[in-house]
Design a protein around this ligand. Structure first.
Ligand SMILES: Cc1cc2nc3c(=O)[nH]c(=O)nc-3n(C[C@H](O)[C@H](O)[C@H](O)COP(=O)(O)O)c2cc1C
Length: 214
């Protein structure tokens, strides 16, 4: 039963590009058959609390003596990690907020990146997500084109790639939609046209990836 975990994090519930493109992925995934399941976690509508204790970054065996963590947060962490490990493919909507990922998505990362549980630690090679694919659907208001002065100003995709690929061993693919605010702020016609083309390409890429990975 191919299972998709879909995470959305945009605070825009009306016109979000990342939500639209992740929905195309999920709809295509479902169309592959009744056995293709989708677990949808909306990190904006149902926000996770921030970690109340830094020891939650480690499993009990790696916590300092006398450490106590809130049982409800530990239970939530277990639920999030179990949900992640049960997925065959993970799709994440990543709107760019202040050159980074939304804090709602960062909170999820803080729960699921746990050495010796989802990532290797010392001699322990544990890496249950190794080899699975994460598709990051990025939407940004401005332009971050190769060769321009803003090329390296996105700090969301690099940080997520470090965690999902570097730590969790996942294969990471990205679908990127830039210039999303061009039309709203009356940008030049050629930039509006580029934005439309990018959005269309992002939907096509999402559908293709769903068919290929499903
Ligand atoms: C809190 C906030 C911060 C933002 N910061 C940036 C930014 O640093 N760079 C940028 O290009 N766009 C920025 N934007 C614009 C969003 O990236 C853009 O609207 C994008 O389309 C959001 O994704 P969505 O369409 O899925 O909601 C910001 C928007 C918000 C709400």
């Amino acid at each position: 039963m191919p299972s998709l975990l879909l995470l959305d994090s945009s605070a825009d519930l009306e016109t979000s590009r990342s939500r639209a493109v992740t929905a195309t992925f999920a709809d295509t995934w479902r169309s592959l058959g009744d056995d293709h399941t989708v677990v949808h976690r909306d990190l904006h509508r149902d926000q996770l609390p921030h970690l109340s204790n830094a020891d939650l970054h480690f499993p009990p065996a790696l916590r300092p003596a006398g450490s106590t963590v809130a049982p409800e947060q530990e239970a939530l962490q277990t639920e999030l990690i179990d949900e992640l490990i049960a997925a065959d493919v993970v799709v994440i909507g990543v709107p760019l907020y202040n050159y980074s990922m939304p804090s709602t998505l960062k909170a999820w990362v803080d729960y699921i990146h746990v050495p010796s549980v989802t990532a290797p630690f010392g001699d322990d090679p544990t890496q249950p997500m190794a080899g699975k694919t994460a598709v990051l659907v990025s939407a940004r208001g401005a332009t971050y084109d190769k060769g321009t002065p803003t090329e390296f100003d996105d700090h969301a995709l690099p940080a997520l790639t470090l965690i999902l690929n570097g730590a969790l061993g996942m294969h990471v693919e990205t679908i990127v939609d830039t210039r999303t605010l061009t039309e709203r702020f009356g940008g030049p016609a050629d930039e509006v046209a580029k934005q439309h083309a990018e959005l269309e390409a992002a939907h096509a890429a999402a559908a293709e990836a769903a068919r290929r990975l499903g």
